[in-house]
Design a protein around this ligand. Structure first.
Ligand code: GA4
Length: 329
């Protein structure tokens, strides 16, 4: 377990607190085994850019295996974890998020899903069997990616656009720039309920990619912004997945779907472990409003390549409105 003492918290200048929110009961629930899911999916993406998926087809054993590999890794001494290299572009990070000064009460592993590179980092870490990790990650990522593609195809059906793989082909592409993030939010008892405020685990942001698929253990912490300025807490559910619309999908749908602003607050008593698959397009892919979705309306965004957007995102602060730079005036 990671032990972080009170003086450390006080010395940690950029940790911000926020008012705690109440549990939200309105998360759209998508049952992938139901025939009407495409319309519910479109509604959820327009209203919240966020929904929960059940009957997702991802085997429970793939989930528990990767979670246990992640837990094993996070239990190592910090000096061992640091052998995974710094998180830019892929490796282990603690408290520092991204290259521009953002911090949170979190440690994480950021990995690419596309090449062997993601695993090479583990070869030198004692106690970490790279083959077990590689196998757990491969099985998990392919099952989650399959589910993400099914969701994206149902969304294309729901929007009545063709071909139905217009979004999913970007994730299926061999060159797809997708990533896996394993987050560990250590408990922070010192901060508990002092004045009804919480410590930020991962600050508010939207995801730049097309779609993000999150699974966490049964510890609360995830919050989403409802767009009216109100933040709500999402009840955890370890057997379901939570899906976020990313900025790129907002652009491709010419603003019909909203990329959801979300954040994580630290829990005072329990560790939170989350695993997020970020489905991104190939670096050279041109992202812009789909022609079939701009007929009879204005195109809201300038076209950009995923490389350009990623570069611009990397140079922004976590909470920035990254799409602002690409809006047509
Ligand atoms: C947010 C979504 C993903 O976690 C991530 C993050 C990335 C990083 O951790 O390097 C960024 C953030 C995320 C967007 C703005 C920049 C880059 C941290 C940050 C401050 C991996 C991603 O793709 O974009």
């Amino acid at each position: 377990m990671v032990v972080l003492s009170k003086p450390v918290i006080q010395q940690f200048p950029v940790i911000k607190t926020c008012k705690s929110a109440t549990f939200f009961s309105g998360v759209p629930l998508i049952d992938l085994s139901r025939p009407d899911s495409k319309n519910l999916l479109v509604k959820a993406c327009k209203e919240f850019g966020f929904f929960k998926v059940v009957n997702h087809g991802v085997p429970g054993k793939f989930i528990t295996k990767l979670e246990s590999e992640a837990t094993k890794f996070f239990s190592l001494p910090i000096s061992e974890k640091q052998k995974a290299g710094s998180p830019d572009p892929f490796g282990y990070g603690s408290k520092s998020i991204g290259p521009n000064g953002d911090v949170g009460w979190v440690e994480y592993l950021l990995l690419t899903t596309s090449t062997e590179l993601g695993f090479q980092r583990f070869i030198s870490i004692p106690g970490q069997n790279p083959e077990n990790f590689r196998c757990a990650m491969n099985k998990y990522v392919s099952a989650v990616k399959r589910m993400a593609c099914e969701v994206l195809e149902l969304l294309a059906d729901g929007l009545k656009i063709q071909p139905r793989n217009v979004f999913s082909k970007l994730l299926m592409d061999e060159q797809s720039d997708s990533a896996l993030r394993l987050n560990h939010y250590p408990p922070c008892p010192e901060i508990q309920g002092t004045d009804g405020r919480n410590l930020i685990g991962f600050g508010e942001h939207t995801d730049p990619q097309i779609i993000s698929v999150l699974r966490s253990n049964n510890t609360s912490g995830l919050q989403i912004s409802l767009g009216d300025g109100n933040w709500v807490s999402i009840p955890p559910d370890e057997s379901s997945f939570f899906v976020n619309v990313g900025d790129s999908l907002q652009v491709m749908t010419n603003g019909r779907f909203k990329s959801v602003r979300h954040r994580v607050v630290a829990n005072s008593l329990k560790s939170r472990v989350s695993m997020i698959y970020f489905g991104g397009p190939p670096l050279s892919e041109k992202i812009g409003p789909l022609p079939s979705l701009v007929q009879g309306e204005d195109s809201l965004y300038k076209e950009f390549t995923w490389f350009e957007y990623k570069k611009s995102a990397k140079s922004s602060r976590l909470a920035a409105n990254r799409l602002g730079l690409f809006e047509k005036v």
